[in-house]
Design a protein around this ligand. Structure first.
Ligand code: ZN
Length: 277
């Protein structure tokens, strides 16, 4: 696994900890690349820090964190065991190459929105930002991997530089799955609905908080079938695919976050691809 050998020694206060990477009593697994969720396991009762800041740890010693889409620096994980000992290891994500994707035929008022909707767009972005600050315990169901929320054909990959109607936009932070309007969307893991609303750019939008800072979002829906605050179970029907907001055709834009860190959901699913249509 990339990064395992790159452990850090002599970093100020951490120098007091034994920097024994190979025999550390904790593990971090996952795709271990840019824009992916890392899953940690430490002895029950451990305390864990990421780059010096405490992380939430489950009763069973599980913890998670995300590698940013363009992160080139190492993530330093420090674990203090219940018996008083500890270990530090650093993990550097594998670099990804992102594509350039041209998208044409978008409604022009979603590429260059009119002045009068700027305040609305800003308010909606702020609501999403605030929802992604939540640090709830969750039930840890997602730790076993996510299901794909819908069938479909991959029509957009994570991280690509988007040129929409000829205008350079921010990178595409999610995966797109093209499927007919009305195709059911199911919760990919247990969670609590943090947002269910109609947004200008995102269309019919739902955010599910899975706990430990991990959330998933569902954009462009034709129907939203869950309400804010509602608990959802893995496999539960939450909405239907649509073409609302900034979209050229019916598809689900599926996004995943660890707090504000954008993640590629396809790196945390039980299977690499959704069911074909
Ligand atoms: Zn998309």
């Amino acid at each position: 696994m990339i990064g395992r050998r790159g452990f850090v020694t002599g970093l100020g206060a951490l120098a007091a900890l034994p920097a024994c990477a190979e025999d550390a009593r904790f593990t971090v697994t996952g795709a271990m690349e840019q824009g992916s969720l890392a899953l940690g396991q430490a002895p029950a009762g451990s305390r864990v820090a990421l780059d010096g800041r405490p992380l939430r740890v489950t009763a069973a010693g599980r913890f998670v964190f995300g590698f940013g889409p363009n992160q080139t620096t190492a993530a330093l994980v420090t674990v203090r065991y219940p018996d008083g000992g500890g270990d530090s290891r650093s993990f550097t994500p594998t670099k990804r190459e992102y594509d350039i994707q041209h998208v044409n035929g978008l409604p022009q008022n979603t590429v260059t929105p009119p002045k009068e909707v700027e305040a609305r767009i800003a308010r909606e972005a702020e609501t999403i930002y605030l929802a992604r600050l939540e640090d709830t315990a969750g039930d840890g169901d997602f730790l076993s991997g996510f299901d794909w929320p819908a069938p479909g054909v991959f029509s957009g990959v994570f991280g690509s530089q988007r040129i929409d109607n000829g205008v350079a936009m921010s990178p595409h932070y999610g995966v797109d799955m093209a499927a007919p309007v009305g195709t059911p969307i199911h919760a990919p893991a247990d969670g609590t609905v943090g947002i269910s609303a109609d947004y200008y750019l995102d269309g019919g939008f739902t955010l599910i908080d899975h706990g430990q800072g991990v959330s998933t979002s569902y954009l462009h829906q034709s129907q939203r079938l869950v309400k804010k605050g509602q608990k959802v179970k893995r496999g539960q029907l939450i909405g239907r695919i649509g073409q609302t907001g900034r979209a050229t055709g019916p598809h689900l834009h599926w996004a995943m976050n660890w707090f504000q860190v954008r993640l590629d959901p396809s790196r945390s699913t039980k299977t690499p691809k959704p069911q074909p249509l």
